[in-house]
Design a protein around this ligand. Structure first.
Ligand SMILES: [Fe+2]
Length: 301
């Protein structure tokens, strides 16, 4: 089945397609606007200023290879396909043909009723699925290395011992996509009220690829930037004055399994292009922002 035409598949003016290795060794400006570096997970400490450069607007994307080896991913995805462990399963809006294990904060109840109980169970199941010391500590340590050792942790909730979900796992099936948006639109939603009170405005995100779609399923980033205080909601059908992606240049990333991309996704317009083929695109995705007192970076899914 071909991917249906959708707001996820209107082509950009021109698209620079990243290939693994293109930005190894030195920062490259992909598409003439997206400054990107590429490194191996084991060498993260050699790039201790990466987050600093992202916050300063000097670097927009970091690709980290070898976060998990293929043999681990094979075992892990096999379990995900069998819904083992029995994660909380929630859904994107139906037309996106995608679901989550875990609960996306944007799709939670405005008062977050029940969210933190679900998060406690979900974070424990995540640790049972990923090899020791668990995804939170493993990915958290890599991210910390890219920010001079500052810890990356699941954001604390409003109550004692409460934590947000560190990430969510996402399955995008054939035809599944996400329309163009800025991640910082979530700062405008009621579900973000508490996070708003404990983090800085500037937000980044990571996507860790667990599988790669047969074709499509690319993270596409457009040459359109907004500052954090100018957030606006775009991923809502009622919004009509959306950016016209057909007049924008873009860069697209099809990440190999085990690789992770950090993106200045609060500032840069981006989307997921429709997945083609029968193989699901499995990822772990989190959002991140500095705590108000800068002693940690808080993550949530
Ligand atoms: Fe996003």
């Amino acid at each position: 089945m071909n991917a249906l035409p959708s707001s996820g598949s209107i082509p950009a003016k021109s698209t620079d397609r990243w290939e693994p290795g293109r930005c190894a060794g030195a920062t490259k400006s992909l598409g003439g606007f997206l400054r990107t570096i590429e490194l191996d997970a084991g060498a993260a400490a050699d790039h201790a200023d990466a987050f600093e450069r992202m916050r300063a607007g000097e670097l927009q994307a970091v690709v980290v290879h070898g976060v998990y080896p293929q043999v681990v991913l094979d075992r892990l995805v096999d379990r995900l396909e069998r819904h083992d462990p029995p994660f909380l399963k929630t859904w994107f809006p139906e037309k996106f043909r995608s679901w989550f294990f875990g609960r996306n904060l944007n799709l939670s109840r405005p008062d977050l009723a029940g969210y933190f109980e679900e998060a406690a169970a979900f974070n424990a199941q995540l640790d049972a699925l990923f090899p020791a010391p668990g995804i939170t500590r493993h990915v958290g340590a890599i991210l910390a290395s890219l920010d001079r050792g500052r810890p990356f942790v699941a954001a604390p909730g409003p109550g004692t011992n409460q934590r947000y979900m560190f990430t969510t796992l996402r399955a995008h099936t054939e035809g599944g996509y996400i329309p163009a948006h800025f991640d910082n639109e979530q700062t405008l939603r009621p579900t973000y009220r508490h996070l708003h009170s404990i983090v800085e405005l500037h937000m980044t995100s990571f996507v860790l690829a667990l599988t790669m779609a047969d074709a499509g399923g690319a993270l596409e980033v457009f040459d359109l930037r907004v500052e954090p205080e100018r957030a606006r909601v775009l991923s809502d059908d009622r919004v009509t004055d959306k950016p016209d992606v057909s007049v924008l240049d873009s860069v697209s990333f099809r990440l190999p399994p085990g690789s992770l991309i950090l993106l200045d996704s609060g500032r840069y317009l981006h989307r997921l292009t429709p997945v083609q083929g029968a193989r699901k695109r499995w990822t772990a995705c989190s959002f991140m922002a500095l705590s108000r007192n800068h002693d940690a970076t808080y993550c949530w899914g």
